[in-house]
Design a protein around this ligand. Structure first.
Ligand code: PMP
Length: 373
């Protein structure tokens, strides 16, 4: 876990690993046997992995065969977009202009190499995607709609149930949602989607671990063609320690929401109140956005602000960490008409306190006073 003197305000980029998850994972690493081996020790690993799959399915109210372990949400998103596009070889996808880069880049690739047409819907002023816009964009050849549940840069929450309804009432298209930032923070209802992507390291789990939920009947082409693993949808030796500990990770994340949900709401409101008192700060996140994620604009360049706060042990980010070393402005912020050069994202979990938020506010103000004028 983080040093006492540090203030970690970059929780949506990645979260601190849970101690119990870490202990279990470390123990499991010693069970090195291949889960597809036919001798007893291999079969034990296989059984434990399949038990984890069953538990995850039960917790989310879906079927065992509908959980496909992946290396995380980026892979799950790519599997959906490329796996379906390979089967269609043409046709149309609807998405939004503020998806995570793993959706955005995969869409660019299928457009370029497979001739898929893509419609990108812009968010409304409140940051959400209008289900009516989805309805209006549907075409006879639309085979997929992919829209995230919680945006990772501004925290807007989309009405997945309403989007699902307009699709099912008007078209045959499948509906996928990147729910990476929603798990543990929002109520997840997989009845509202055909497919959904999840990642472990955003919920105090292990990096390089996640899964795709996919309704059983949906045909999809594998990206990694090899053996029988993951119902032939993802070949290669299974990452069994990560897959086994994922059930515990998810159970704890769901419990965390129950236990700390109201504390987090309170902390979120407190942070918003303190930020609103600073005249030079604009809050970019919607009022009803996800708790624990606040995007702001300040008069100081993002890079300067990140470095200045880092000197005081405060860790924040600008745009999505996956594009942090690229010069390009964030496409999400661009879609929201927010200048990437001055935007700052702070995000936290239940280990955050009002005292730590006060320290952040103090140094934020100090940095603005020092560099903005
Ligand atoms: N989607 C969203 C919304 C995310 O925030 C992230 C993580 N930045 C991902 C996908 C990618 O997840 P992973 O790191 O597990 O590939």
């Amino acid at each position: 876990m983080q040093k006492a003197s540090k203030i970690y305000l970059d929780h949506v980029s990645t979260s601190a690993i849970d101690e119990e998850v870490l202990a279990t994972y470390t123990r499991l690493l010693k069970d090195y046997y291949n889960s597809d081996a036919l001798y007893e020790d291999g079969v034990t690993v296989y059984r434990n992995q399949e038990k984890s799959r069953t538990l995850i399915a039960e917790m989310l109210g879906v079927k065992y065969e509908e959980i496909i372990f992946t290396s995380g949400a980026s892979e799950a998103n790519n599997l959906v977009i490329k796996g379906l596009s390979l089967l269609h070889q043409g046709g149309h996808i609807i998405s939004s202009s503020y998806e995570h880069s793993s959706v955005d880049e995969a869409l660019k690739q299928v457009a370029k190499y497979l001739g898929i047409k893509v419609t990108y819907l812009n968010p409304k002023k409140d940051g959400s995607i209008d289900p009516l816009d989805v309805k209006n964009a549907l075409r006879d050849d639309t085979f997929l709609v992919t829209i995230m549940m919680v945006n990772n840069e501004i925290g807007a929450i989309n009405d997945i149930s309403a989007i699902h309804k307009v699709i099912k009432d008007n078209a045959k298209a499948l509906f996928h949602s990147d729910m990476t930032q929603a798990l543990g923070k929002c109520e997840i209802c997989l009845k509202d989607v055909d497919m959904a992507s999840f990642s472990a390291h955003k919920i105090h789990g292990v990096k390089g671990s996640g899964f795709l939920y996919k309704r059983k009947h949906i045909e999809i082409a594998p990206l990694i063609s090899a053996g029988q693993q993951e119902f032939h949808l993802r070949g290669g030796t299974s990452n069994s320690p990560a897959n086994i500990v994922l059930a515990k990770t998810i159970r704890k994340a769901l419990k965390e929401r129950e236990t700390y949900g109201s504390y987090m709401q309170d902390l979120h409101s407190y942070a918003l109140e303190q930020l609103a008192k600073i005249p030079d700060v604009t809050i970019n996140s919607p009022k009803d956005g996800v708790f624990g994620l606040i995007n702001i604009s300040t008069p100081v360049k993002t890079e300067v602000m990140i470095n200045a706060l880092d000197l005081h042990g405060i860790m924040v980010s600008g745009k999505s960490t996956c594009g942090s070393r690229e010069d390009e402005p964030s496409h999400t912020l661009k879609a929201m008409h927010i200048d990437s050069e001055y935007a700052l994202r702070i995000s936290f979990d239940h280990t955050m306190t009002k005292e730590k938020i006060d320290i952040f506010i103090k140094y934020l103000k100090e940095t603005i006073d020092r560099y903005a004028r």
